[in-house]
Design a protein around this ligand. Structure first.
Ligand code: NAD
Length: 507
């Protein structure tokens, strides 16, 4: 008996199956061969959406539409004000559709409805922020090159952008990319994960309603092969931005290299939080519990490994175990639920495999370590899990488990903690808990990560850029740098007056 907080199935009627189709050049289309895929709710085991399954033909038609839309300037030649007006309308429409979008997001992904509502309405703010950037977009000028020279650095939209997104935050991640690409003046082809296509498709309708010209955003549904691979390799595409696993990200970089298109990658993480004895330990334990349980641990930013000072390791771990028992796991449709289902049976088995291997290698499971049976719900739930007696070389301490599984390592000195933090292939985010500003600043400067949180975890803002180092990715999203990713830089050098001395010496 684990003594966890479990929320049983609520009595409710699920909505009709959502039908998702491709959006190509402003037209909603089935696949030429009429192929479809079905998505089962990971929590309830019933079909919740049916999507057209695209092939190479649909991907190529979408690329052609995006290319034509970019080249004729129907979007890229508009003023920043005109682009911002459309983006702001989209934000309003997202807010007006939060409930319907959150419901299908929950049914496809297994995430709690309260969280899904927060993500969809939060995404509207990303669209508003991108609209602000569209109006403030500017390059640079060099007015100190000499009396006869003036140089201007122009920013131009990079062109046609392929966007490939994962299943864990389908609408949020799309909104970290698409409005920024549109603010820059790019045209796009979007491929959502085959597991969670529907909120991307709903957005397609909202874009049309907001007045976005046909062909500027095209949506192709289907698998990585052949749809994603075509979007990554086609010479008519200028840039690919991808969020997903490091393994697929490497394949995308290789596919894109044939035409040297720009590649932006947001990949996996094995994110450490270091806890010093002088920290506010109650806040730290709460944030650690949140960091590993949020989105069932299926989160690039999952705080999946903690590195705790030896003097407090036992008591701190016991506190995290106690808090984890109080986190509400269960039916994602119940607003009280904090943690929902695992995305697929295969993924559940992978999580369990990591825990079993760690146990066999001598680690101790202080809590959980097994699938959960919750009244009235399917089998895809996994208990909050805390694993101690872990050594840094174990796969559970180095690889992305992508489940509610926390590993505990210990340290004695800041140097030792930093060595453990940086002994990783990944470098997405890292955290430090201490009341000593010197400890926090030294840690922040030396941790190899795209984001460092001090005395907090996973706070994010549209203004603050995000991305990873090492094998966690390439490039940055959101914030001003997120817009720059979608811009090409052109230098314009101008001579004023006929002051240029001839290079050719007259004979
Ligand atoms: P995934 O790599 O399996 O799939 C991501 C997307 O790529 C899907 O749309 C999939 O259909 C597509 N794809 C698969 N094979 C492809 C191919 N050969 N060519 C082109 N596209 C292909 O990832 P996932 O399981 O959907 O998502 C989980 C992963 O995403 C985790 O590793 C997680 O850390 C990462 N992630 C990273 C961030 C970040 O911001 N760094 C955010 C969320 C998720």
């Amino acid at each position: 008996m684990l003594d966890l907080t479990l929320i049983p199935a609520i009595q409710t009627t699920l909505p009709p199956v959502f039908e998702a189709r491709h959006l190509i050049n402003g037209q909603w289309r089935d696949s030429a061969d009429a192929a479809t895929t079905e998505r089962l709710s990971p929590s309830h085991g019933t079909v919740v959406s049916r999507a057209a399954k695209g092939g190479k033909d649909e991907a190529e038609a979408a690329i052609a539409a995006a290319r034509a839309a970019f080249d004729d300037g129907r979007w890229s030649a508009l003023s920043g004000k005109a682009r911002a007006t459309v983006l702001l309308k989209v934000a309003d429409l997202i807010e007006a559709n939060v409930d319907r979008m959150a419901l299908i997001e929950t049914l496809e992904s297994g995430k709690p409805i309260t969280q899904a509502r927060g993500e969809v309405s939060g995404a509207a703010d990303l669209w508003r922020y991108a609209a602000a950037l569209a109006r403030t977009l500017h390059g640079d000028s060099h007015n100190s090159l000499g009396a006869d020279m003036l140089a201007v650095v122009l920013k131009e939209p990079i062109g046609v952008v392929s966007i490939i997104t994962p299943w864990n935050f389908p609408f949020w991640i799309l909104s970290q990319k698409l409005p920024f690409a549109l603010a820059a003046g790019c045209t796009c082809i979007v491929k959502p994960s085959e597991l969670t296509p529907s909120t991307t498709v709903i957005l397609g309708d909202l874009l049309t309603e907001a007045g976005l010209p046909a062909g500027v955003v095209n949506i192709v549904l289907g698998y990585g092969q052949p749809v994603g691979a075509t979007l990554a390799s086609d010479p008519r595409v200028d840039m690919i931005t991808f969020t997903g696993s490091t393994a697929v990200g490497k394949g995308i970089a290789a596919a894109a290299s044939g035409t040297l298109k720009k590649v932006a990658l947001e990949l996996g993480g094995k994110n450490p939080q270091v806890i010093f004895p002088d920290a506010d330990l109650d806040s730290a334990a709460d944030a650690v519990t949140f960091g590993v349980c949020f989105n069932t641990g299926q989160c690039c930013n999952s705080g999946s490994r903690i590195i705790v000072h030896e003097d407090i390791a036992e008591a701190f771990t016991a506190r995290v175990v106690e808090l984890s028992k109080q986190v509400a796991f269960g039916d994602p449709l119940d607003p009280a639920t904090q943690v929902g289902a695992i995305v697929s049976p295969e993924h559940g088995a992978k999580i369990d495999g990591y825990v079993t291997a760690a146990r066999n290698a001598g680690a101790k499971v202080a809590l959980g370590g097994k699938p959960l049976q919750i009244a009235g719900l399917g089998p895809q739930f996994y208990a909050p899990t805390v694993v101690t007696n872990v050594t840094p070389d174990m796969p559970i301490a180095r690889e992305e488990v992508f489940g509610p599984v926390l590993t505990v390592l210990t340290f004695r000195t800041l140097d030792e903690a930093l060595k453990l933090v940086n002994d990783a292939d990944y470098g997405l985010s890292a955290g430090v808990w201490s009341e000593n500003v010197h400890t926090c600043l030294t840690f922040a400067r030396q941790a190899q990560a795209g984001t460092v949180w001090t005395n907090t975890w996973m706070d994010g803002f549209p203004e603050v850029t995000f991305g990873g180092v090492k094998q966690s990715g390439l490039g940055r999203e959101i914030g001003r740098y997120g817009l720059d990713e979608f811009m090409e830089i052109k230098s314009l050098v101008m001579r004023i007056g006929r002051t240029r001395a001839p290079w050719v010496r007259p004979r």
